[in-house]
Structures are given as structure tokens and as C-alpha cells.
Design a binder for this molecule. Structure first.
Ligand SMILES: Nc1ncnc2c1ncn2[C@@H]1O[C@H](COP(=O)(O)OP(=O)(O)O)[C@@H](O)[C@H]1O
Ligand SMILES: [Mg+2]
Length: 455
């Protein structure tokens, strides 16, 4: 086969050399892959003969598009140890939980975050304080990293695109981040791809909103910059127009849902896809923030399968590498609508640390490092409670009654190490895990009533 490849010029000779190197490495001696490549070449040869086409006329374009060389390149030979650097844009709690898993893999993590006291600052192998939105800061940060990922999507895309052009691996890909940063583009993507989502209009300012008064109620969402319920406001009556945003926004029909569900799905460079069982989220109506999460979701098998299937479709249609959280509304008519997506570890996957064979953080790493994806099977049922700063308290955090809840079986504490608490700020989370969802739900309610984050 190697001699056949030789005929097609220097590009292939280069491949040829690489192929020889590949055969020599013990770590990746993958006979199935070699067999597959040989079979594909044989098939192309047969087809070209059958239709009287010269082998090279078919082979070269096919090679250019589905180049086994690219495939082989996508298999990293080294992804651990001090010679390999994983850069993470953002140094918050998600990055911190990623580092906990990275330690097991001996992956060296470097973080960039504007806050010098960010939760990752003491734990990352290297920590840079700087803006995530500034082109130069992000570009300089990424230049000496091998793979770059994010724990927040509001980052400078142009710098990531440049790094990608220079051969760095950036996962999720900058084009995916660009789409997800803008809720308007995100909604258009669902519509174009025929993925189910609530009807919507795009508006430029408050004045625009008035055109749609007859169709109220809506949920208005800023196209850019919103997170954790910030940048989302309900418009039910005409008087609510007062609170409408003056910036480009999505005006989304209010959904009368029975439940909010979420599926976390991962995809690696080889195209392997795995998703976690669906979970159910209960939001704090005042803060629009997840208050309780129940895993697994209490839904019919049909809804479970549909949610899993939709999550897989979304990541495939995006052609994305990495971890993707897909938030759904389950309507009272048992219809699933996609609310929004997040291309990173997500609040709706924290329970996976204790409740699933592989945690979402480990899966994120496996997906961006092109490793085999881990099993997402459930080990035990779980309830996750976000520890939100009590309303009206600001300052150094005090966790009231923490020791008491920690004496209860199945209670797992996660404190993010944020210097100051504020109203509704995510300060940590508690996972209550056990054999039976009903029991952990009951204990979860007790935990919720007992623990308080004050100052
Ligand atoms: N169209 C809608 N109808 C009803 N509730 C909604 C709608 N859109 C959002 N919400 C509520 O607001 C929450 C936050 O909105 P979301 O678009 O997910 O923004 P964020 O980026 O802040 O998470 C949702 O989880 C849901 O509870
Ligand atoms: Mg959301």
C-alpha cells in the first residue's frame, strides 16, 4: 500500500513517512485502523476501475478531503506530563473542578481569568490574570499551549481563530463559540437545522418590542453577554415594556413548561459521541438560577430517548468537539423544545462527580484530548443544590450549619473558594447521592432548609 501511495507526489510521500512513523510507535499500533485505511483505498481503486476513471482522479480529491494523514495527526501522541499544556479560558468553579480531574490524568492546566483571586488561582499549574475579551491577552495566553478550551463562552473569538489558524487545537471550535455567544444566532441555527425550539423574533431595542404587544407573553433575552438569568426578563403585560432591553435581543414566546430538562453530550475528534442520562432542573423564580437538580429525570422512556437523540443531533450538526450541555423545556403537551446550549461543563452536570462512572469534567477532558469517552452510566441517584449567597448578604462568606449537613450520609460538599458572597452568587454546591431518588430528594429538601451562605 505504501508503494501505491508513493505514486501521488510529495504530499503523499510525506504521509508515507508519517505512516511509517506511526507503524513504529507502540502506543498507537492500531491494526483495525490500518486495515480500514487499506480497505478504503482498495474500494476507491475498484470503483475507479468500474467507472473507467483514473485512480488518481478519484483518489487525490478523496485523500484531500478525508485524509488519513489528518486523521493520524488528530491522534495526539502525548497529552499528559509537563511537556503538554492545557489552556483554559476562565478560572472559576468549572475550571477548578476540571483541574481536580486533570490531576488524575497528570494533565497540566493553565488558566486565564480577570480576577486574580479566581477559584482556580491557587490550583492551576499556571495562572494568568487578564481579560478574556481582549485579543492580545487571549492570543498571548494561547500561544504556548497545546490545546485550548473554555469554562465560559464570553471570550475573544478572533484570538482563538488566529490560534487555530496557527495550528493550535481549540475545543470547542471558535466558530461554535461564535454561534453560542449570540442567542440570536443560536435560535436561527435551531430553526435552520429544524431542531425544535420556541418561536422567536429578533429585536434591536425597546421600541421594536412594541410591535409585538399583541403576541405577549415573551421571555426577552439579550443576544450577548447574559448568563445565570442575567440578561433574561419576562414580558407579560404592556407595563413590562419598561424593563425591556435596549440592546439587540431575542423575543422568545413564553413556554408553559412542566419541567426543565438537560442533557450533557460529548464528542471527540474521532467523532465518538456519548451523552449523560437526562436530568431535571428546578429554577429559583426570583434569580432564574438552578436551585435543585434531580438525576435521573422522572420522565417517560420516550421523552428520555428523544432528549438523548436531540442532544446528539445538536452536537453532530454543530460538528463540535468537546462537551455540550443542552437545556430543554418539556411542555405540558409532552413536547421537547431546545432552550439553549452551553459548550462546556455545566451546572446541570455537577452531580456526575458522585453519581456517574465518568464525571462531566473528566468527559470534557477526554473529548478535547481525543481520548476514548468514558461510560456515562449512573452509579447512584442524586440531587444537586446550588449554594447561592443569601439575599442581602455581601462580604466574606460564612457557611451556616455546614458541619451539620455533612454528618448526614450521602451529602457531598463543594465550596468554590470565592472570596466574597453576594445575593444569589453561586458559592458552592451540595450533592446528595444515594440508591433511591425519593430518599435523596427528601434529604435534599432538609439540606436546603438547613444550609445558608451569609457573611
Ligand atoms: N421562553 C421561555 N419561557 C419560559 N421560561 C423561560 C423561557 N426562556 C427562559 N426561561 C426561564 O429562564 C431561565 C434562564 O433562561 P436561559 O435562556 O436559559 O438563560 P441563561 O443564559 O441565563 O441560563 C430558564 O432556565 C427558564 O427557567
Ligand atoms: Mg440557561
Amino acid at each position: 500500500m505504501v508503494s501505491i501511495l508513493n505514486i501521488f507526489g510529495s504530499k503523499v510521500v510525506f504521509f508515507n513517512g508519517f505512516f511509517a512513523e506511526f507503524l513504529k510507535t507502540n502506543e498507537y499500533q492500531n491494526l483495525n485502523l490500518i486495515r480500514t485505511i487499506s480497505l478504503v483505498i482498495l474500494l476507491i481503486y475498484k470503483v475507479s476501475n468500474r467507472y473507467n476513471l483514473t485512480f488518481s482522479r478519484i483518489f487525490i480529491p478523496v485523500l484531500a478531503k478525508h485524509n488519513p494523514y489528518h486523521y493520524l495527526c488528530s491522534m495526539q501522541t502525548k497529552w499528559y506530563g509537563e511537556d503538554f499544556r492545557l489552556g483554559v479560558l476562565g478560572g472559576g468553579q468549572l475550571g477548578r473542578m476540571l483541574i481536580q480531574e486533570a490531576i488524575n490524568y497528570n494533565v497540566y492546566v493553565y488558566c486565564l481569568d480577570p480576577d486574580p483571586a479566581a477559584p482556580c488561582s491557587h490550583y492551576a499549574h499556571g495562572f494568568t490574570a487578564g481579560s478574556l475579551q481582549d485579543y492580545d491577552t487571549v492570543y498571548q495566553f494561547g500561544k504556548d499551549k497545546d490545546v485550548i478550551t473554555v469554562e465560559i463562552e464570553h471570550v475573544n473569538i478572533e484570538a482563538l481563530e488566529q490560534l487555530e489558524k496557527e495550528g493550535k487545537k481549540v475545543f470547542p471550535q471558535p466558530r461554535v463559540l461564535r454561534l453560542i455567544q449570540d442567542k440570536g444566532l443560536q435560535k436561527q441555527f435551531y430553526r435552520d437545522q429544524r431542531l425544535p425550539t420556541a418561536p422567536f423574533y429578533l429585536t434591536e431595542n425597546k421600541e421594536d418590542v412594541k410591535k409585538y404587544i399583541s403576541e405577549f407573553p415573551f421571555m426577552m433575552k439579550m443576544r450577548k453577554g447574559g448568563y445565570d438569568g442575567k440578561g433574561v426578563t419576562p414580558l407579560r403585560t404592556e407595563t413590562d415594556i419598561e424593563t425591556a432591553f435596549e440592546v439587540p435581543s431575542v423575543l422568545e414566546k413564553m413556554v408553559d413548561f412542566q419541567k426543565e430538562l438537560a442533557v450533557i453530550v460529548a464528542r471527540n475528534e474521532k467523532g465518538e459521541i456519548k451523552s449523560f442520562p437526562t436530568v431535571e432542573c428546578e429554577f429559583n423564580p426570583k434569580a432564574n438560577l438552578v436551585e435543585f437538580l434531580f438525576a435521573p429525570a422522572s420522565v417517560s422512556e420516550e421523552i428520555e430517548n428523544k432528549a438523548q437523540e436531540l442532544a446528539k443531533q445538536v452536537i453532530e450538526k454543530l460538528d463540535m468537539v468537546g462537551l455540550l450541555a443542552v437545556e430543554f423545556f418539556l411542555t405540558k403537551e409532552e413536547e421537547l423544545l431546545i432552550n439553549e446550549i452551553a459548550p462546556r461543563p455545566h451546572n446541570s452536570g455537577h452531580h456526575t462527580i458522585e453519581c456517574n462512572i465518568t464525571s462531566q469534567f473528566e468527559q470534557h477532558m477526554r473529548s478535547i484530548l481525543n481520548l476514548p469517552l468514558g461510560s456515562t452510566k449512573i452509579i447512584q441517584a442524586g440531587v444537586m443544590i446550588n449554594l447561592l449567597g443569601e439575599e442581602g448578604f455581601e462580604g466574606k462568606a460564612v457557611y451556616r450549619n455546614l458541619e451539620e449537613i455533612m454528618s448526614w450520609e450521602g451529602v457531598h460538599t463543594h465550596i468554590y473558594g470565592k472570596a466574597k458572597t453576594k445575593s444569589f452568587r453561586k458559592m458552592g454546591h451540595i450533592t446528595i447521592a444515594g440508591e433511591n431518588l425519593e430518599t435523596v430528594k427528601a434529604l435534599g429538601l432538609k439540606v436546603k432548609e438547613t444550609i445558608r451562605v451569609e457573611s
